[in-house]
Design a protein around this ligand. Structure first.
Ligand SMILES: [Zn+2]
Length: 321
């Protein structure tokens, strides 16, 4: 385009009379780049939602042929064959929004009679993009970045945000998609190794490790000078955290393996004591533990739940004696 425009400008200065003739050629419409005259705008100029062409019936002032040439120039000479970047620059040049959906559509359904550029304009939803200039592309992108969301509700309301809402709720607002991915991956990894967090403290422990890891990763990528101190903090934190997590796991395993009552305690947490007490079948597994359970656990539990005042048999015996 730049070359063509330069050539066009040169042509104008060299042959002013011819330009006058061209403008006086009885054609009602002329391309503002090449000067070619056309009988009608339709089929020769693309329609844009940009407000900068509203007074021209919504038609661009650069003809389709010139627009295609610009696109090819951007693609081949400026962006080394990258047609997406070329199309975006073209939109910026003519101050029209760059709609990724319409462009994907144009690329997916090429038309033998139309260039990709013209196809793009035909795919643009003019009602939806009405009045959108290139600045709207910038604003639209900013609004759709998860790190710019100000509330969880704003995230929920924006279908363009791809990071799962659960991840954002877990780690809080303000991170980028990539950050959330790193954080969630780290979190899942800790869960895989040490199980789901059993309480808030363990949950916070996991999260802190994730934040520190992300910070460390970013510092490495940016080549920050304070990386030594950060790495040291991370190492110390990870040592302290793993010690605590190992300790928790060991205690849990011991209580399950060595003490059948531990297992019972675990199950009762699952079913809630009331349900447990009502469903006699659940007791079956503990029959072999003997009278210990019935005396020291079920009896007080029954008393607690039903308000009964059943005494331990040892106590009863002593009373009878
Ligand atoms: Zn033209």
């Amino acid at each position: 385009m730049a070359n063509d425009l330069k050539k066009g400008a040169a042509a104008k200065t060299q042959r002013p009379e011819r330009m006058n003739l061209e403008n006086d050629d009885k054609y009602p419409y002329h391309c503002s780049a090449c000067g070619k005259g056309y009988m009608r705008q339709k089929d020769n100029f693309n329609v844009t939602p940009s407000p900068y062409y509203a007074g021209n019936g919504g038609y661009l002032t650069i003809c389709r042929r010139c627009l295609d040439k610009s696109f090819e120039y951007y693609r081949d000479e400026v962006f080394d064959g990258d047609q997406d970047k070329a199309m975006e620059l073209l939109c910026a040049t003519i101050n029209t929004c760059f709609d990724e959906g319409a462009w994907a559509n144009a690329k997916k359904h090429p038309s033998p009679n139309r260039s990709k550029v013209s196809q793009y304009f035909s795919k643009l939803n003019l009602a939806q993009t009405k009045g959108a200039s290139y600045a709207d592309t910038i604003l639209y992108r900013r609004a759709n970045k998860v790190e710019n969301a100000e509330t969880i509700q704003a995230v929920k309301d924006n279908p363009k945000i791809m990071t799962p809402i659960e991840t954002i709720q877990l780690f809080g607002l303000g991170f980028s998609d990539q950050d959330y991915e790193t954080l969630q991956y780290e979190y899942d990894d800790w869960v895989k190794k040490y199980g789901d967090p059993e309480d808030k403290r363990q949950d916070e422990l996991y999260k802190s490790l994730c934040y520190l890891k992300l910070q460390l990763q970013k510092s490495v990528q940016n080549g920050d000078s304070g990386i030594g101190a950060l790495a040291k903090t991370y190492k110390e934190y990870i040592n302290a955290a793993t010690t605590e997590l190992e300790d928790r796991r060991q205690k849990k395993e011991e209580s399950v393996q060595l003490n059948p009552l531990g297992l019972w305690a675990r199950d009762i947490e699952k079913y809630t004591p009331a349900e447990f007490y009502k469903d006699k079948k659940l007791f079956k597994d503990f029959d072999d533990i003997g009278s210990y359970c019935s005396r020291f656990i079920f009896r007080p539990l029954k008393n607690l739940l039903t308000g009964s005042k059943e005494l331990d048999k040892e106590y009863k015996l002593s009373q009878e004696e």
